[in-house]
Design a protein around this ligand. Structure first.
Ligand code: NAP
Length: 288
């Protein structure tokens, strides 16, 4: 289909730095084009010192909304009129919707994660889960799994400033969702083994194993990976991490973080347009 930009075309995009490598413009523009939606999506290299001004301009220009990436996901919250429950619990916004000049912040990263494991048959409702890491991606996954009805989430991080910050995330989950969350030291291998043993899903949301350190794994002993456990790695580079290879060697199902990116975009697209992103076409073209 021919793609025309006209006097009525609406603008939206991605704010953050760096953004030139992002797949989001390709994903959203293909979707607008396929569905005949008169909108475009661009990437804007913006850091926090210029964020409030950039948001004001995007509001002024009647954009449909925008995405945020590092380092803008927390700082943008000060410039918004409303924050959704999941974004407040996560403490970060990755999607803003502009409804007649009123800006509402959402976080679709956790939805992206949950969708990516659900399509592999993982059931979150009523499940016990071990989550490695307590950084940005881990917070989003933990909150969304809690909101989707997980019974228990064991969060494990090494004892760093992230560990101390994660205690307040655990408190928010315990106070505001029906899920029971706890926080333990990732280096306490006995507790980690016990938590994984009672879990049906293990999620790696640390950056351990990410390229170029592809031989690293956050699980020191692969015998912790028991029968029936689904192993999910949020890392998407490499496509198959050492943790996933260890799981496959034990005959376990696993998946990478590749489709989390696709589904967080699909959830943002739904918020902006009320329509479903043509995910199969986007997957085929950009996630091959
Ligand atoms: P982040 O906020 O910096 O968090 C990184 C996490 O990894 C923290 O919990 C950190 O703990 C832990 N970590 C780092 N090095 C470690 C080590 N040597 N040993 C143990 N733990 C370690 O980063 P993020 O944004 O959450 O990203 C985490 C990973 O998820 C990255 O690989 C990123 O590429 C991936 N990701 C994927 C998607 C997707 O769409 N699939 C989206 C976002 C992120 P400390 O703070 O204690 O070091």
């Amino acid at each position: 289909m021919e793609y025309r930009i006209s006097g009525t075309t609406r603008l939206g995009g991605l704010l953050g730095s760096p953004v030139s490598h992002s797949l989001s413009p390709a994903m959203h523009n293909l979707s607008f084009q396929m569905l005949g939606i008169d909108s475009v999506y661009l990437a804007f290299d913006v850091t926090n010192d210029r964020l409030a001004d950039s948001v004001r301009v995007l509001k002024e220009f009647n954009t449909y909304g925008f995405n945020l990436t590092m380092p803008c996901k927390k700082a943008v919250m000060e410039s918004l009129d409303e924050i959704s429950k999941e974004a407040r619990l996560i403490g970060a916004v990755n999607t803003v919707v502009n409804r007649d000049g009123k800006l509402t912040g959402y976080n679709t990263d956790g939805i992206g994660y949950v969708e990516s494991v659900r399509e592999r048959g993982v059931v979150i409702e009523g499940s016990e889960i071990t989550l490695l890491g307590a950084g940005g991606a881990a917070c989003a996954a933990a909150v969304q799994m809690a909101l989707c009805g997980a019974k228990k989430i064991h969060i494990a991080n090494r004892r760093t400033p992230t560990f101390r910050a994660a205690q307040s995330l655990v408190d928010r989950i315990n106070q505001e969702t029906g899920c029971e969350a706890d926080l333990t030291d990732l280096e306490d291998t006995n507790t980690l083994r016990a938590h994984i043993a009672s879990s049906s899903l293990l999620t790696n949301a640390t950056s351990v194993g990410m390229a170029p350190d592809v031989e690293k794994t956050p699980i020191p002993d692969a015998s912790m990976l028991h029968e029936g456990l689904f192993v999910s790695d949020i890392i998407y580079n490499p496509k198959t991490t050492r943790l996933m290879r260890d799981a496959q060697e034990r005959g376990l199902d696993c998946c990478s973080g590749m489709y989390m990116l696709l589904y967080q975009g699909a959830a943002a697209f739904r918020l902006w347009t009320g329509q479903e992103m043509p995910v199969e076409s986007v997957r085929e073209k950009y996630f091959g």
